[in-house]
Design a protein around this ligand. Structure first.
Ligand SMILES: [Zn+2]
Length: 253
């Protein structure tokens, strides 16, 4: 039975990944996400349905447009692979008939597009971050949640105030915006989902990942830096491993 569920989730995940590629391309360009149908970003030719099969089409076409030969960026394939992997991992962690499977699937399906949109464009679309805040809070009203309503509200409130404070302090000190508004909404949403005790860890891990990346690949301190990518990545990992279960592994928690 679970093999059938895994196959179905993998197919669903690949299809969602394909849709996320549309979001990743169109949301930062403020294009409609439904019209026109999928087309090559280079020559504009519509992609026929038989060339729009997640993962397989990319491999068959060797990452090139069939019409003009323009390269299709490798992240398209990556998104179509990690989305099903994350869905299946969430199923294996929580089981299908568990509210936490639904809750963390919703969270990850918003975070995956944000990882790539922020990485490529240094923006976190409000359409993706802000709706997560009421969703995370309202989900606590359903029995079986790992976070209470009060925890979710307090966590979101504290993280929002903390981030706002950091953003103002940075602006006062450096006279430029260090934290984007997008980062504030994103971290507030993640706080509403995970509750307060997870947040120091999520912030610490995403900051460390970001700093390592910055030192290894960027170095130019004036260059924009996609913190939202690291926050979202950490959020996905934290959801997949299960925050309550991670704490079981840490002594004295
Ligand atoms: Zn083309």
């Amino acid at each position: 039975m679970s093999t059938v569920i895994i196959i179905l989730l993998a197919v669903l995940g690949a299809a969602l990944g394909s849709f996320f590629n549309v979001l990743i391309y169109r949301l930062p360009r403020k294009e409609s996400i439904v019209y026109p149908a999928s087309h090559c970003g280079e020559c504009g030719k519509a992609i026929p349905f038989y060339l729009n099969i997640p993962i397989l089409s990319y491999i068959m076409l060797r990452g090139k447009c069939k019409f003009c030969g323009a390269g299709i960026h490798w992240h398209h394939l990556l998104v179509e692979i990690i989305t099903p992997v994350v869905l299946v991992a969430l199923f294996l962690q929580y089981g299908l008939l568990n509210l936490l499977f639904l809750k963390y699937s919703i969270l990850c399906m918003f975070l995956i597009p944000i990882i790539f949109i922020d990485a490529f464009h240094q923006i976190i679309p409000h359409k993706l971050s802000i709706p997560l805040i009421p969703i995370g809070i309202l989900l606590t009203l359903i029995p079986g949640n790992d976070v209470t309503l009060v925890n979710s509200l307090v966590s979101a409130g504290i993280i929002f105030s903390f981030m706002l404070f950091i953003a103002y302090a940075y602006r006062l000190a450096r006279k430029v915006d260090g934290l984007g508004g997008g980062d504030i909404w994103l971290l507030t949403a993640i706080a509403a989902f995970f509750g307060l005790i997870s947040m120091p860890y999520v912030i610490l891990i995403s900051s460390l990942l970001g700093i390592v990346y910055f030192i290894a690949f960027v170095r130019d301190k004036d260059q924009g830096f996609a913190f939202g990518t690291f926050i979202s990545f950490t959020g996905v990992v934290w959801a997949v491993f299960g925050s309550s279960r991670i704490f079981d592994l840490i002594p004295f928690m």
